[in-house]
Design a protein around this ligand. Structure first.
Ligand code: WT7
Length: 655
């Protein structure tokens, strides 16, 4: 049994305002949670009733983690776009606002798109894709700025049964090419340029460079900034031109529940990013249900998730979750600190935001600027705050709760992953007291389990009690990823082989006696930089592509704002010398290979890396040195050359 942790008893009572809208209270949670495990089929059949099925499912769960084969609602037929858009119009709610667009430039034009308009826009977009040649089952790459057309493109794919693969605008041409090639996508939807903090992002030019490497059949270009772009005859089409004469009606394609909905690439501890595949029925039920209970949505409220649609958070809680619930979602093109550090609060005030969902890295960076930026705005419409993407330190939690929420409204810290499709562990606003720094309790249908390195069970919902270990989930849930696109073996290897028969999350976690989970961070070679997941192996491969680099080892280290920073140990080829110029060049090199989100914080040139006699790099030591924990390096006696450790400590970069 793990020792009690000092924070375990640090409880913030849920505010009275948190009485249920679409959420639930403590008693209901207990009953619903129990039923979700004891009568899983009954529970999910009932949740699934809020979805419009063309053919209602009779088989609810049908899954196995050994061998790995996951199906939910498999004989059901539906279209998720119909559920997110058309059915609200058909129910007479077409005038309700679906999306509010707040542009990068605060004086720019706000767009409010009603559900009826959304239906029209998505149908036109879908017909334009068809005109381009896109058919059911085709993969469509979407590389768009944070504008409503990005959401239209996703929904248009879903409408016609094409599989979208959205790539975040911060990724490089090489990253685009790799993803396009991996899922054999013949089509790309992009824009001339994106805007972030007044900077222009050359989206179309990046696509052009990617297509030089990996040719595609068609590129659809949405005119956003009006910036100059090259159009390649026969391949590139302006959206406004190609869409001009298409029909405004486009039927929704009936889809089997297990038909693919989207691919989303995410980093792992080894190799290239994986194309995580989500399917239609389970994902629809999961995002609808989690949005409904976690955010306790009430009619006409404005929900704002600050993520980008290029990440799973944007997929599930800007597009699908809110729209499936008929909610109003705000889409923000810009960044938290442009034109000034109060942009978030200015936007909350301007659009009367009720529910605000952001990442700890943003909270930490705004916290540093002082509370005046917050207090100068009227935030009285806020009713619920959410956090996602990385562990939130209690200090940032307190600031969020007290300065932004005025200690009056709940904060939900939601733990989940690209692979989980939606929220897995969280407090529910009307049901649970909060513990700053803990993600909270298991959501309906989720069975977390903590195991030790050998797979011995330390604690789960059945045993209760406190323990710290590796976080597994022992049963499937509807929103779970079904496979890695084109590589089911890799799916099995990555998630189900460390602990046979269980889904292994890659996270370390503590459970306390009250059943609250405290995520301690990744236990694999994945790091979390500003809430973005990064495989250290990816950064290493990028570095060793440079002609002067012999070897590279990349680790994370604690970073005040980003959560983790990227620390790179680099050895050079014989004859090449370290220099500040080369350091800058390598930083630039990684940006070009992967994208700005992977920019190294520190490049540490070293004559050698600490290796065992069998040649294995001892990452544990490299991590400790980068973390400045040099007093506790542990056993270094198995190193081929123990002296290298002293050299590394002396030349450490982030002192
Ligand atoms: C990893 C997943 C969830 C969507 C955005 C990130 C970390 C995520 C929390 C949280 C502590 C968290 C985990 C997880 N993480 N949310 N509330 N508390 N850690 O999705 O890129 O797939 O990353 O993010 O380490 O494994 P992702």
């Amino acid at each position: 049994m793990a020792d009690q942790h000092p924070h375990d008893h640090d409880i913030v009572t849920r505010p009275a305002i948190a009485m249920a809208g679409t959420g639930c209270d403590a008693e209901q949670y207990a009953a619903l949670y129990r039923r979700s495990l004891d009568d899983s089929d009954g529970f999910w059949a009932e949740q699934a009733k809020r979805i419009d099925w063309i053919t209602a499912p009779t088989r609810i769960a049908n899954w196995s983690f050994d061998p790995v084969d996951i199906r939910w609602f498999e004989d059901g037929v539906l279209n998720i776009c119909h559920n997110a858009v058309d059915r609200h119009v058909e129910a007479g709610r077409g005038d309700r606002t679906a999306l509010i667009f707040e542009p990068d430039d605060p004086s720019g034009e706000v767009r409010k798109i009603s559900y009826a308009q959304l239906q029209r826009e998505v149908a036109i977009f879908a017909n334009t894709l068809k005109k381009l040649g896109v058919a059911k089952g085709d993969r469509v790459t979407i590389y768009m700025p944070m504008v409503p057309e990005g959401a239209f493109a996703m929904l248009a794919c879903a409408r016609i049964g094409a599989i979208h693969s959205v790539i975040f605008g911060g990724f490089s041409p090489d990253a685009i090419a790799g993803r396009v090639e991996d899922c054999r996508s013949d089509w790309i939807v992009t824009a001339d340029e994106g805007l972030r903090g007044s900077k222009r992002i050359p989206l179309k030019a990046n696509v052009d460079t990617a297509c030089d490497k990996v040719p595609v059949k068609g590129v659809l270009v949405y005119r956003h900034t009006g910036g100059d772009v090259a159009m390649q005859e026969g391949r590139d089409h302006w959206y406004h031109e190609l869409s001009a004469d298409v029909s405004r009606d486009c039927p929704c394609e009936p889809m089997q529940a297990e038909d693919p909905l989207f691919i989303l690439y995410t980093s792992g501890s080894t190799g290239k990013p994986k194309g995580v595949l989500h399917t239609t029925g389970g994902y629809a039920v999961w995002t609808e249900t989690t949005f409904r209970y976690v955010f306790d949505y009430r009619e006409d409220e404005v929900f704002w998730c600050t993520a980008d649609i290029g990440w799973v958070t944007g997929h599930s809680y800007i597009v699908y979750g809110p729209l499936l619930n008929g909610a109003t979602a705000l889409m923000f093109e810009g960044v938290p600190n442009y034109p000034d550090h109060d942009r978030f609060w200015q936007v909350v005030d301007k659009h009367k935001v009720n529910i605000f969902y952001t990442a700890p890295t943003a909270i930490r960076s705004l916290m540093r600027e002082g509370k005046d930026y917050v207090t100068r705005h009227d935030l009285s419409t806020l009713r619920l705050l959410g956090s996602v993407g990385e562990p939130i330190n209690p200090e940032a939690w307190r600031w969020y709760y007290e300065t932004v929420g005025k200690a009056k409204i709940p904060v939900v810290d939601t733990w989940w992953q690209t692979e989980t499709g939606g929220i897995m562990i969280t407090t529910l606003p009307g049901a649970h007291d909060m513990k700053p720094g803990s993600a909270g309790r298991a959501f309906f249908g989720i069975a977390p389990q903590l195991v030790d390195g050998d797979g011995k069970v330390l604690a789960d919902e059945a045993t209760g009690g406190s323990a710290e270990g590796n976080l597994c989930i022992t049963r499937s849930w509807p929103g779970q990823a079904r496979t890695v696109y084109g590589d089911h073996d890799r799916f099995v290897q990555t998630y189900f082989s460390t602990y046979k028969g269980k889904y292994f999350t890659g996270d370390g976690c503590r459970r306390d006696d009250d059943g609250y989970y405290w995520i301690t961070g990744r236990v694999d070679d994945v790091i979390n930089v500003s809430g973005h997941r990064m495989g250290t192996a990816e950064v290493e491969s990028a570095l060793v592509l440079h002609p002067k680099v012999a070897e590279a080892a990349v680790v994370g280290y604690p970073h005040e704002i980003k959560g983790q920073g990227i620390y790179c140990y680099v050895t050079l080829n014989a004859g090449d010398e370290p220099s500040e110029g080369l350091e800058a060049e390598l930083r630039q090199w990684v940006r070009k290979e992967i994208g700005p989100i992977a920019t190294p914080d520190h490049i540490h040139f070293t004559p050698a890396l600490p290796k065992t006699r069998s040649g294995k790099i001892m990452r544990r030591i490299l991590r400790k040195i980068a973390e400045n924990e040099t007093g506790s390096l542990g056993d270094t006696s198995t190193l081929a050359d123990p002296a290298i450790v002293e050299t590394l400590i002396e030349t450490r970069k982030n002192r």
